[in-house]
Design a binder for this molecule. Sequence first.
Ligand SMILES: [Mg+2]
Length: 392
Amino acid sequence: MDMNAFYIGCEMTRIPELKGKPAAVAGDPKNRGGIILSPNYDARKFGVRTTMLIHEARKLCPEIIFVPPEHSFYSHMSGMVMDILARYAPVIQQNSIDEAWLDLTGCEKLFGKPVEIAEKIMNDIKNELDLWCSIGISENKFLSKMASDMKKPLGITELWESEIKSKLWPLKVREMYGVGKQSEKKLNNIGIYTIGDIARTDKRVLVREFGKYGEEIHMLANGHDPSPVDSESYAENKSISRSTTLGEDTTDIEYLKDILLELSEEVGLEARRQDYSGKTVSIVIKYSDFQTITRQKAMPQAYLTKEIYETGVKLLEDNWNRTRPIRLIGIGIGGTSEEKVQQISLFDLTEEKVDTRKEEKLEKTLDAIKERYGVGAVKRARLITTEKEHKS
Ligand SMILES: [Mg+2]
């Protein structure tokens, strides 16, 4: 599964005015030399492409709208996409912020044929997150990755080993997953231009020219990829985070703590809903001049609002120069804790564990109330009092 125009797609979900207009996420839009990171499909119609310079894009498409990147938001959305994938396959390997492999072995009885599962996934992502993706289906990771690139946007493509001669071999070497600009040049230099050329070249020639890499591309070009879908990397990359751009830039720590508490509550609620506990807490701060820092701290288990919040406040206090106004703040948990969510024996209750247990009970009760009556139904006292102060 590979997301289509992911960054700008995320932006279009929160800035609906961008829809139907050419737009792109671009690094430092105020700077003419800034670079296009993610153009939407309306901008691509004009020839705007990733890595183009801003002024080049503007020449092609004068009405294009630029949005500065906010990576914490994209990784938050990425987490939501991965959660949808996790409904359909027990084994998932996240390959980057916007793509992942799913091992559907044995999933057919539950959800149908691979094509049907792909349709369900695409629809869920579209309906629930308002984002687009493409999906490739095959018997190994390399071929499915190649297939996912063949129809964009919103394409589902099957590419089986029996079809590689007709579908894969005619492609230019540059389109092969794992072949960059440098390798393309070197391959072209010895007369290899298509993936088929790689497949048909004597393996010994490729090994002589490129060593181990030569052996690997020869194998892949022939449609073989023995590497398994490795779910460890999904667990390692998993994260839940929330961030918010403030109404106005602030240096008021009490106000920032309130915001952190609200965000921690959302993160904790989501973690407990998924039975997930992270092993780090991280915060992101964007200053008024757009400089952004992230800091993190390891924890045995991060899933309780109170602990996420307290760790976040500590990170904020330790890393923020109080004179610099903050524009955006976020908090999240990440990684996957080795420890399972606690099953404490009655004979094993240290004072600390009793506290954790109590807090967990309290938070689960709050979660239940929120599920039933809405997120605003119960609030921590800290938020009620300070909300009044801030209004006055
Ligand atoms: Mg991708």
